[in-house]
Ligand binder design. Structure first.
Ligand code: AMP
Length: 585
C-alpha cells in the first residue's frame, strides 16, 4: 500500500480505524486466531496443549500469564541460534534490546516483520489523526534519532534496540516519505557510531534546512530536550561551521564528514541570521520557532516518565504545540494518540485491536493489601483475573498483558494504565507508570508517579530562584536502620542550602501514601535524604547505558535505582555534591 502512494491517504486510514474500533471484540478474536495460526507450530505453544484451538477461552485456559523472566530461557535459545521454532512459526532473525533502564541491563525480545508492520500501522494511524488537526506540507523533519550499536548474537541474529531495528528497516524511510516527515539528516548521521557527533550534525542539518523544517521530533521527549540543551552549548560552533562551510574538526568519522560536506556550503548570511536570532532570545524562551519558523508541532512520547521534561520543552517551544507520540514498547505497540489536540498531560492512547491481543489485570488495592498483609510473594495468584480489551471499565487502572505477533503470549508488560474512555468500542488508555518501580521500605508504597509528583512539588521552591531540576532518580537505602528514601537531583545552577533543606522537607511531605506517612511519624522509615548531584551526572548515566548498547532515542532515565544496579548507583553516589536530611517529621 505504501509503495504506490506518494502521500498517505489520511481519510482512508481514519476510516479503517473507525471500522475496526467499532468492532473491537471481533477484531481481537480474529487477531488472536491469526497469531495462533501463524505460530501454532512453535514449541512453546505446542507444549501448552492448545491443539489447534484459537478461541480466547481455550487460549486463556491453556496459556499462562508470564513475565520476561519466565520467557528468558526460550528467548536465550533463540538468541543462541536454536534450529527449532521456539516461540514463533517463522524463525526469528532479529532481536531487540529493550532499554531495561530499571533493571540495569537490556532485555532481549524478538523482533520480526509482523512487528515492523504493526509499528508502521501505529505511525500511520496517529499521523492521519494528527494531520487532520495539524497538517504538514511537503517539508522536512528535524528528527533526533540515533541508532544503537547493531551487533550479532552468538547464534548469528542481528541485535539492536527496537528503534534501531525500526530505523534500519527499509520500510521506515518509505513510511516517513509518505507521511511527509522525512528526516533532514543523512543516514550517515542517523547511523553514525557516536551519538554526540550525530546530535551535533542533526542540529547542523536542522539549521541548514531551517525554512523547510515542519516538525521537530524524537522517540522520547528526553532526547528533544537533551538536543536543545546541547544547542545552548554549541550554537556558536554551529554558526562558525555554517559561515565557513566547513564542519568542525570535532566530528571525526569520515562517513559522517563526507555526508555533511555535501550539505555544507559557506553561508555567512545564514550564520548571521542564526546568531542574531539566538542573541535576541531571553533565556532561550521560544528557541524552536525562532530557529525553525515553519515548524507546526513538536512530537515525541511525552507522558509517563517523560512528563518531567515538558516544562523545559514548553520553554523551548514557545507557542508551538507539543504532541505526544504513541504508546508501545520493544515488545510491541499498544495504542495510538488519535486526539492530538488535547493538553499533552492528558494524552490517551486508543488501543488498535488488530496489532496484538490484549488483556488487562485489574489493580484492585484491596487484593494487593491482602497479599502484603499475608507476606505472600505470589502476587499473581491473588490477583483478579485478567479481563479482555472490551471488558475494561472507565476510571479503573490495569496492568497490560500483551500477546504479540512476535512470540510473546500473555506477557506482562509491567505498565499501569487507566481507562479514560472509549473510542467506539476500543479503550483509550492513559499511561500511569511502571508497575515495578516502587519505593518501599516496609508498608509504604510509592510509585514512579508519586515520585514525579513529589519532585514537581519540591522543584517549585527552586523555580522561585530561577533554577530547575534537570533530571532526577531515587533509591531505597536499606543500609541505614531504619531504611529511608534517597532522592537524587541534578540542578541547573546554584541554590542556597536553606532552600535545598526546604526542598528536602517538601519531598518528604509530598509522599502522602498512608503507609509512608505513618511509618515516618513513628520513625519506622528514616528521614528522606536529598542528594544534589554535580552537573553532568545524568549525562554519565546516559553514556553508561549507551555503552551497554542502548540507543539515545530510546533512553529513559531510571527513576528508581535498585540495589543490584551497581554501576548506575555508583555513578550517582560518586557525584554527590551536597546531602540534606529531612526534618519534616
Ligand atoms: P522500551 O523498553 O525501551 O521498549 O520502552 C517501553 C516502555 O516505555 C513502555 O513499557 C512504557 O513503560 C514506556 N512508554 C512507551 N510509550 C510510552 C508512552 N506513550 N507514554 C509513557 N510511557 C511510555
Amino acid at each position: 500500500m505504501l509503495e504506490k502512494m506518494e502521500i498517505l491517504h489520511v481519510e482512508k486510514v481514519i476510516e479503517e480505524i473507525e471500522t475496526m474500533t467499532k468492532d473491537a471484540e471481533n477484531v481481537q478474536r480474529e487477531t488472536l486466531k491469526k497469531i495462533l495460526e501463524e505460530n501454532g507450530s512453535a514449541e512453546y505453544l505446542q507444549n501448552l496443549g492448545l491443539n489447534g484451538r484459537t478461541d480466547p477461552q481455550s487460549f486463556k485456559a491453556c496459556v499462562p500469564v508470564v513475565t520476561h523472566q519466565d520467557l528468558e530461557p526460550y528467548i536465550q535459545r533463540i538468541v543462541d541460534g536454536a534450529s527449532s521454532l521456539v516461540l514463533t512459526g517463522k524463525p526469528i532473525t532479529t532481536i531487540s534490546l529493550s532499554s531495561g533502564t530499571s533493571q540495569g541491563r537490556p532485555k532481549f525480545v524478538p523482533f520480526n516483520d509482523e512487528l515492523m508492520e504493526t509499528t508502521l500501522q501505529i505511525f500511520r494511524t496517529s499521523y492521519a489523526f494528527r494531520n487532520r488537526e495539524f497538517p504538514v506540507t511537503n517539508g522536512k523533519a528535524l528528527q533526533f534519532i540515533y541508532s544503537s550499536k547493531q551487533s550479532r548474537t552468538k547464534g548469528g541474529l542481528f541485535a539492536g534496540t527496537a528503534t534501531t531495528n525500526v530505523f534500519r528497516n527499509s520500510q521506515f524511510k518509505k513510511a516517513m516519505k509518505v507521511m511527509q516527515s522525512q528526516c533532514c539528516s543523512p543516514d550517515e548521521v542517523i547511523f553514525g557510531p557516536d551519538f554526540r557527533q550525530s546530535l551535533y550534525c542533526h542540529l547542523l542539518c536542522g539549521l541548514i534546512f531551517r525554512e523547510e523544517i515542519q516538525l521537530v521530533s524524537s522517540t522520547f521527549a528526553h532526547s528533544i530536550v537533551h538536543a536543545f540543551r546541547t544547542l545552548e552549548q554549541v550554537w556558536e560552533e554551529l554558526c562558525v561551521d555554517i559561515r565557513e562551510g566547513i564542519l568542525t574538526s570535532g566530528i571525526t568519522f569520515p562517513s559522517v564528514r563526507s555526508a555533511m560536506a555535501k550539505l555544507l556550503k559557506p553561508n555567512p548570511e545564514l550564520a548571521d541570521l542564526i546568531h542574531r536570532k539566538i542573541s535576541g532570545l531571553s533565556n532561550w524562551y521560544g528557541l524552536i520557532p525562532e530557529l525553525f519558523p515553519n515548524v507546526k508541532y513538536i512530537y515525541g512520547i511525552m507522558t509517563g516518565s517523560m512528563e518531567h521534561y515538558l516544562k523545559k520543552l514548553r520553554h523551548y517551544a514557545g507557542d508551538v504545540p507539543l504532541i505526544s507520540a504513541d504508546y508501545g514498547s520493544s515488545e510491541g505497540w499498544i495504542g495510538a494518540n488519535i486526539n492530538p489536540n488535547v493538553p499533552t498531560e492528558s494524552t490517551t492512547y486508543a488501543v488498535l485491536p488488530n496489532i496484538g491481543y490484549f488483556e488487562f489485570i485489574p489493580l484492585k488495592e484491596n487484593v494487593e493489601e491482602q497479599v502484603h498483609d499475608r507476606g505472600d510473594a505470589n502476587i499473581l495468584s491473588m490477583e483478579p483475573k485478567p479481563v479482555s480489551l472490551t471488558e475494561v471499565k472507565i476510571g479503573e487502572e490495569y496492568e497490560v498483558i500483551v500477546t504479540s505477533f512476535a512470540g510473546l503470549y500473555r506477557y506482562r508488560l509491567g505498565d499501569v494504565v487507566k481507562v479514560m474512555g472509549f473510542h467506539n468500542s476500543t479503550p483509550e488508555l492513559k499511561f500511569i507508570c511502571r508497575r515495578n518501580l516502587m519505593l518501599t521500605v516496609n508498608i509504604d508504597k510509592n510509585t514512579e508517579k508519586d515520585l514525579q509528583q513529589a519532585v514537581e512539588e519540591a522543584a517549585k521552591l527552586i523555580a522561585e530562584e530561577k533554577q530547575e531540576v534537570i533530571d532526577f532518580s531515587s533509591h531505597v537505602d536499606m543500609w541505614t536502620d531504619p531504611g529511608h528514601y534517597v532522592i537524587f537531583w541534578e540542578i541547573s545552577g546554584e541554590v542556597s542550602d536553606e532552600v535545598l533543606k526546604e526542598c528536602c522537607n517538601c519531598l518528604d511531605r509530598s509522599f502522602v501514601d498512608a503507609g509512608y506517612v505513618s511509618s515516618r511519624k513513628v520513625n519506622a522509615i528514616g528521614p528522606l535524604e536529598l542528594r544534589v548531584l554535580r552537573r553532568g551526572t545524568f549525562q554519565k548515566v546516559l553514556d553508561h547505558y549507551v555503552g551497554l548498547g542502548a540507543a539515545v532515542s530510546q533512553f529513559k532515565t531510571p527513576r528508581c535505582v535498585g540495589p543490584t544496579n551497581y554501576k548506575v548507583l555508583q555513578i550517582l553516589c560518586d557525584n554527590v555534591a551536597k546531602t540534606y536530611f529531612s526534618t519534616a517529621f
